[in-house]
Design a binder for this molecule. Structure first.
Ligand code: NAP
Length: 285
């Protein structure tokens, strides 16, 4: 039977744009009150306004998820404002396109800090508090389809996403007896600020989606948000929004040589692109 969501309280990180903002609105439409977390207050306030227009309560918490005390502050704020929380969606994250051998150690560690360590810290502390209060709950991390297959120039990012998936899978069974659901979310190319942000960090040119992304696989953040709400109603271990990519990832696992063929072509395309982008290569040591 589908679970009812009316009156639940959710915490969403990375709620100032893209998938996080769309998920906040989809959850509000489903009757959920939300705590919105990110660094840009003005953007969070805009999202909060749209939630209140939908008739639900919203509370804004500004901060950087990679600051360790921030996790405690976010959960304290949620409990202070709403009395409790039921759902936590650790979604804040970013990408950077660069070959692994050209990646600075500091950049690699910083990406793991935001995408992986801060997500684990938030879900771990959430689980501790839910267990202590003997409350059921639902914990989710925004991983990626790239958790299943890495790509050239995306190795570091894909590693953070694979690590998220691995942690979620274990936590799902560790917390099952406490009635705490855990899921990883695996979006494909989604039209958000992700690619312009990634291009800026990588020193490359970039628009709202990569030039090479097949239209078939490009989706809206609302599509991901609806799939997340569907998972809250009917829990599952992984949330996917593209059957084709999901099946392809299974095929790549079973027959890695197929993935090798695809990636060899992709690597050639990337190196042609780098050769034609002098501003990008200038930043790469
Ligand atoms: N777009 C895609 O194609 C795609 C595909 C697969 C997976 N994903 C994943 O989806 C998640 C959301 O990304 P998106 O596509 O919605 O991109 P987005 O629009 O750029 O959103 C990223 C969000 O993360 C927040 N954020 C980033 N660093 C932060 C930090 N240090 N502290 C607090 N908040 C931080 C940003 O807010 P502030 O800048 O205001 O802090 C923003 O709200 C990410 O984990 C990404 O890896 C995206």
């Amino acid at each position: 039977m589908a679970r009812t969501l009316e009156g639940k309280v959710a915490i969403i990180t990375g709620a100032s744009s893209g998938i996080g903002a769309a998920t906040a609105r989809a959850m509000a439409t489903a009757g959920i009150d939300v705590v919105l977390v990110a660094r840009r207050r003005d953007k969070l306030e805009e999202v909060a306004k749209s939630i209140r227009n939908l008739g639900r309560r919203a509370h804004v918490v500004v901060g950087d998820v990679s600051d360790t005390p921030h996790v405690t502050a976010v959960l304290d704020e949620a409990e202070r404002h709403f009395g409790h929380f039921d759902i936590v969606f650790s979604n804040a994250g970013y990408g950077m396109e660069r070959p692994v051998h050209l990646m600075e150690d500091a950049d690699l560690r910083a990406m793991f800090e935001v995408n992986f360590f801060s997500s684990v810290a938030l879900l771990r502390e959430s689980a501790i508090r839910l267990r202590r209060a003997k409350r059921p709950g639902h914990l989710l991390m925004c991983s990626s389809c790239l958790s299943k297959f890495s790509m050239p120039d995306q190795g570091a990012y894909a590693a953070t996403k694979a690590a998220q998936e691995a942690i979620c899978r274990a936590m799902r069974f560790e917390l099952a007896a406490d009635h705490i659901e855990v899921a990883s979310v695996h979006p494909v190319t989604t039209t958000t600020e992700f690619f312009s942000e990634s291009a800026q960090r990588s020193g490359t040119k970039g628009g709202s989606v990569p030039d090479h992304a097949p239209k078939l696989f490009v989706q809206s953040p609302e599509r991901v948000a609806d799939a997340i709400v569907a998972c809250l109603r009917r829990p599952r271990s992984e949330v996917w929004t593209s059957h084709i990519v999901r099946l392809s990832s299974a095929l790549f696992t079973a027959f890695p040589w197929i993935l090798d063929l695809v990636l060899r072509r992709e690597a050639r395309r990337q190196s042609r692109r780098r050769a034609h982008a002098p501003s990008a290569t200038a930043k790469v040591p």
